[in-house]
Design a protein around this ligand. Structure first.
Ligand code: NAP
Length: 247
């Protein structure tokens, strides 16, 4: 493994898309900060898999919706690795339901994790990247943030918000050579989508021109490409990884 002396901080890296993203950056030689919230055991398993690739890791528990916890996570990352080159804001939750029955709590909780959590991480990591005068930030949005979805008013609002946040951050940080982009995955096979009913999955499949669900690695590969110099002239953009659902 070629060491690149770079660090990637991935939120929600214990499982699903975040784990695939962490492994993909580790394969490129990045040291990895593995953030988790509730999944400690899974985070430690991810750590083992990543260290087997020959890079260093730091596992940090933090709820991204809590600014103090995010601040501490970033401080620990710097104490350990001295720099953060890539931030992937991957953490996300959903609490689905039709609006008439959706509680304010369920609306706000999803906004707090998905949108405010992304803001908290950008705020604290961009300080470090501004001093470095370099960095790449990738925010996980969703096709639902673009199309909307019945039963997901909270989730769709949070993911649409992530797109506005991405563009604003891209404009604020561009002069310090920090690029900020978003990825809008379609249907990716993880715990989040495993809970959907088979009939809903079949309906979803009809909307996917490539006629297959995505894998976490499909998103992870795009993250690595976006952070690379091959994309050095790309900022403020949303890359769709959705088998052609949105064109
Ligand atoms: P997942 O398997 O349910 O993973 C969600 C991750 O978010 C977990 O690692 C979880 O960590 C973390 N997380 C949740 N609340 C957190 C908090 N308060 N603080 C820190 N981390 C928190 O889902 P996934 O499918 O991999 O989703 C990853 C991202 O992709 C999400 O932002 C999701 O909205 C987005 N996305 C997914 C799809 C899809 O089809 N799967 C499509 C579009 C967008 P713990 O388990 O440690 O709590």
């Amino acid at each position: 493994m070629e060491q690149v002396n770079k660090t990637a901080l991935i939120t929600g890296a214990a499982k699903g898309i975040g784990k695939a993203v962490a492994l993909a950056f580790a394969k490129e030689g990045y040291n990895i900060v593995i953030n988790y919230n509730g999944s400690k055991e899974a985070a430690l398993n991810t750590q083992q898999e990543i260290e087997a690739l020959g890079v260093k890791t730091l596992v940090v528990q933090a709820d991204v919706s809590d600014e103090d916890q995010v601040k501490t996570m970033v401080e620990k990352s710097i104490e350990t690795f001295e720099r953060i080159d890539v931030l992937v804001n991957n953490s996300g939750i959903n609490k689905d339901g039709l609006m008439l029955r959706m509680s304010y709590e369920d609306f706000h909780k999803v906004i707090a994790v998905n949108l405010e959590g992304t803001f908290n991480c950008i705020k604290h990591v961009s300080r470090i990247m501004m001093k470095q005068r370099s960095g790449s930030i990738i925010n996980m949005s969703s096709v639902v943030g673009i199309m909307g979805n019945a039963g997901q008013a909270n989730y769709a609002s949070s993911k649409a918000g992530v797109l506005g946040l991405t563009k604003s951050a891209a404009r604020e940080l561009a002069l310090r050579h920090i690029r900020v982009n978003a990825i809008a995955p379609g249907f990716i096979e993880t715990d989040m989508t495993a809970k959907l009913a088979e009939k809903d999955k079949a309906k979803m499949m009809e909307q996917i021109p490539l006629r297959q669900f995505g894998q976490p690695e499909d998103v992870a590969n795009v993250c690595v490409a976006l952070a690379s110099d091959a994309f050095k002239y790309v900022t403020g953009q949303t890359i769709h990884v959705d088998g052609g659902m949105i064109m």
